[in-house]
Ligand binder design. Structure first.
Ligand SMILES: Cc1cc2nc3c(=O)[nH]c(=O)nc-3n(C[C@H](O)[C@H](O)[C@H](O)COP(=O)(O)OP(=O)(O)OC[C@H]3O[C@@H](n4cnc5c(N)ncnc54)[C@H](O)[C@@H]3O)c2cc1C
Length: 381
């Protein structure tokens, strides 16, 4: 079968590879001039530093099969994300852990003492938290909330934390030990030469052709037996019901010599500082050595029609519009919507790959049994 895949990011590449291996001919197109979607990395010609062009990407997973999959296409180097936060003129360790608590309150508590202390700070008068702010106050109390959550969240989401659902903080966001490894997952790492060669290796198959600088046009679907769409769900319908809300990011690049901040990611918790964080790219490749350094000051704002959609806003209004687009999509034949934009969800890379592998397998089953492939193999709801 001739298959058209819109988007040469991880979703398009992984699905395309599996279908190509099964003997189908995959044409993969992308509007951008490069493969890799938002995982795209490239070496900066001036400093030699490996840049995470659309923001920092750290691979972390508990999924053994996905870990084996990516290791089949790239050499992974050990990497653990250790984030710091500059707040109220001091630097703290994140996620909030025993070091953060002891430094912030000027104490020398052991784990159980800190647990009791934070429980004493928590606002237990809030019995049934109705929003993010109430949930955070109930978990950690006002001081920690205002220092580490309030300003950062306002900047990141552009709204008051009282407008965000309580479900964002599902459990107590504090560790009562000195573990500052940002992710809990068993497998963590960074591809030695960045993500672009890894995705190029996934795409390297005689049954795959990739066309860059090629936006989708409806006439392309006619020549294909099936279309996989990893672009924006609303974009497939020319946004005719309105636009699903996203946050976009502006990266203000600056360079320096030596080491700018001593770590890969420095968050800024204060509301008065307009950026959410600064990332220093060479610290994502600690096995390399470079004199020069490149940093991104990262700003978050509402996504306009010409911006890159980064984080889906899934509040009540957006969910209603999403429902309408899902209904439209389900009434469309010959197209399956996939990936972070096609299903309007935030997806880490490991989840993207897991879903792509399962989508390809389910599609091959459909082909084998003569059933039409559905609009969604994973529900976007
Ligand atoms: C700031 C940021 C940081 C992240 N950090 C991490 C991290 O540390 N760890 C982690 O596991 N995950 C991270 N992620 C998630 C990761 O980026 C996604 O899992 C991954 O990019 C999803 O791949 P995708 O192929 O679904 O989407 P994308 O990468 O967005 O690819 C979609 C592609 O479709 C193309 N396209 C869209 N519309 C059209 C059209 N009409 N015609 C042709 N082409 C089109 C786009 O140009 C794009 O290349 C992060 C995401 C963001 C936003």
């Amino acid at each position: 079968m001739q298959i058209l895949l819109v988007g040469a990011g991880l979703s398009g590449a992984v699905i395309g590879r599996r279908l190509a291996e099964a003997g189908h001919h995959c044409r993969i197109i992308d509007t951008r001039g490069h493969i890799g979607g938002n995982c795209f990395t490239e070496r900066d010609p001036e400093t030699g530093v490996m840049m995470h062009v659309y923001g920092p990407h750290i691979f972390h997973t508990d999924d053994e099969e996905v870990w084996a999959y990516v290791n089949g296409f790239a050499e992974f180097m050990p990497f653990q994300n250790r984030v710091k936060s500059t707040t109220r003129g001091a630097v703290y360790s994140l996620p909030i852990n025993l070091l953060t608590i002891n430094q912030f309150f000027g104490k020398a508590m052991r784990p159980d003492e800190a647990r009791d202390f934070v429980a004493g700070e928590a606002d237990l008068t809030i019995e049934d938290p109705q929003n993010f702010e109430e949930q955070a106050l109930r978990f950690v109390g006002r001081d920690l909330y205002e220092a580490f959550f309030k300003g950062y969240t306002e900047k990141q989401w552009g709204c008051a934390p009282t407008e965000l659902p309580a479900s964002i903080l599902k459990r107590l966001p504090v560790r009562f030990n000195y573990d500052d490894n940002y992710f809990f997952h068993r497998f963590q790492g960074m591809p030695r030469d960045g993500y672009t060669p890894m995705i190029a290796a996934i795409l390297e198959h005689p049954n795959i052709t990739v066309e860059l600088n090629t936006p989708y046009t409806p006439d392309m679907a006619g020549a294909a037996g099936h279309v996989f769409w990893s672009g924006p769900l609303d974009g497939f319908f020319d946004y005719d019901l309105g636009r699903l809300g996203y946050r976009t990011l502006d990266f203000e690049r600056f360079t320096c010599q030596g080491d700018y901040q001593g770590c890969a990611v420095m968050n800024y918790g204060d509301r008065e500082v307009p950026w959410t964080r600064i990332t220093e790219h060479k610290h994502f490749s600690p096995w390399e050595s470079h004199e020069g350094s490149i940093c991104y000051r990262e700003y978050s704002r509402a996504c306009g029609p010409d911006d890159i959609p980064y984080y889906p806003i899934r509040l009540v209004e957006e969910k209603a519009l999403l429902d309408d687009y899902i209904t439209r999509a389900e009434a469309t034949t010959g197209v399956t919507f996939v990936g972070r934009l096609g299903t309007y969800r935030y997806l880490d890379m490991d989840v993207t790959i897991r879903e792509a592998l399962e989508t390809a397998a389910a599609f091959l089953d459909c082909v084998g049994t003569g059933h039409a492939a559905p609009a969604f193999f994973t529900s976007p709801r």
